[in-house]
Design a binder for this molecule. Structure first.
Ligand code: C6P
Length: 402
């Protein structure tokens, strides 16, 4: 894995006089040179609007854009390329589904079930649409170790439930949720399931066909691709039954002032000019990840998590937040009596980048009665030496603050 590290030029720099240790990969991953090159190459030689022109560049850009769609389809094992819709990111993907599915299928007295560990992006859009439609949001809790209470979730499912929406991996607790079991429980009752895959897509294998999920959402920038592109996978039967999210160019078949008819999938959900270069960058990132292998990536990140958990457990007053058995490489923690911002600021002075705060999961903070955590999140390019640097920095910060 060490060989791949040199593919990421940004990692080779000093911060505050120390070699950078980048442990904020859950917020966004760094980009390999091939992705940076794909972007500049696109703007240098191909840039053009897509699906609109007969001219050479437009056709080239369109072909590359659609090639990227097929790459995403294969990456997540979607049955059809037209079930892959490009968005700006997970947030937009979930808002699209909440707004469109909600308008089609949510009525007064209906319910949407989510979990207590969701990112705000998988809470607020549901609150908004539920309020608009007179529906109710129901929340399944988690145990103190960060394990989702599956029995509680099952108990919430009824003939009023119109959708279940859960994270594949929690961005704060690191928990890998048993999404296949959740999907089976919901499908037994005819309820569709949305999986928020923002923290899963680049870290564990994703197979939407095997999962049989109805929707799967993720962001390119969390999987080595540029910011500005995300994916909303939806089963054809749902996408056909849902109204468009936004109106505009590209999503129409015919427009008259009397009546407009909508384009076929996936274009019905892709109004306006998309971020073509970023989509092409996403394909390059997928090729790059495939070149290493998602299983090898998962194994390396798991080793980093185990080592970091062991190493940090020796620090005086450390409290881990999220210790479920099934975890992705996300380690949230606090130091007794110290504010996470203070510790985070001090370790940044030592060149170590972690995220501090509530990580857009305020209900998780409320669960524990804490204002925030420090969160180290790993990528395959991180090293055990960097974990040593984190542990040393945290220890030193604690000494300075106590
Ligand atoms: N979590 C983090 O530091 P966007 O911003 O649209 O790319 O992703 C939103 C999102 C949705 N679901 C989960 C589980 C997420 O982790 C995120 C983004 C980042 O944890 C930024 S808050």
């Amino acid at each position: 894995m060490q060989d791949y590290r040199k593919d990421f030029p940004i990692l080779d720099q000093q911060v505050n006089g120390y070699p950078l240790v980048y442990f904020d990969n859950a917020a966004t991953t760094q980009k390999p040179q091939v992705v940076i090159d794909a972007l500049t190459e696109y703007y240098r030689t191909v840039n053009s609007n897509i699906h609109r022109g007969v001219h050479h560049l437009s056709q080239l850009a369109t072909a590359r854009f659609e090639e990227a769609r097929r790459a995403v389809q294969q990456f997540i094992h979607a049955p059809h390329a037209h079930e892959v819709v490009f968005t700006r990111g997970t947030t937009e993907s979930i808002n699209l589904i909440a707004s469109s599915f909600g308008r089609a299928f949510l009525h007064e007295g209906d319910e949407v079930v989510i979990s207590e560990m969701e990112h705000h992006a998988n809470i607020v859009p549901w609150q908004m649409i539920c309020e608009e439609r007179g529906a109710l949001l129901r929340v399944a809790g988690f145990d103190d170790d960060g394990t989702l209470r599956l029995d509680e979730l099952e108990g919430l499912l009824s003939d009023r439930t119109k959708l279940v929406a859960v994270a594949h991996v929690s961005n704060t607790l690191g928990t890998i949720n048993p999404v296949k079991r959740i999907i089976n429980l919901a499908h037994d009752r005819g309820i569709p399931v949305l999986v928020d895959g923002a923290q899963a897509a680049a870290h564990i294998p994703v197979n939407v066909l095997a999962l049989d999920c109805d929707f799967y959402c993720f962001s390119g920038h969390k999987m080595y691709a540029p910011m500005g592109v995300g994916v909303m996978y939806g089963k054809e039967k749902w996408l056909n039954a849902m109204p468009p999210y936004q109106g505009g160019g590209e999503m129409i078949k015919t427009v008259t002032f009397a009546k407009t008819t909508y384009n076929e999938l996936p274009f019905k959900f892709e109004a306006g000019t998309p971020s073509v270069g970023d989509v092409i960058g996403l394909k390059t990132a997928i090729d790059y990840v495939n070149g290493i292998g998602i299983d090898a990536i998962a194994a390396q990140e798991h080793a980093l998590l185990e080592y970091a958990t062991e190493k940090l457990s020796h620090i005086d007053g450390i409290e881990f937040v999220g210790t479920a058995t099934e975890k992705a490489a996300i380690l949230s923690f606090n130091l007794q009596g110290l504010h996470p911002f203070d510790v985070g600021t001090l370790i940044d002075q030592m060149g170590v980048a972690v995220r501090t705060g509530h990580h857009c999961t305020q209900p998780v903070m409320d669960h524990y009665g804490i204002p925030g955590t420090l969160r180290a999140s790993f990528a395959f390019y991180n090293t055990m030496d960097e974990v040593d640097r984190l542990a040393a920095a945290v220890e030193k910060a604690a000494k300075m603050l106590r």
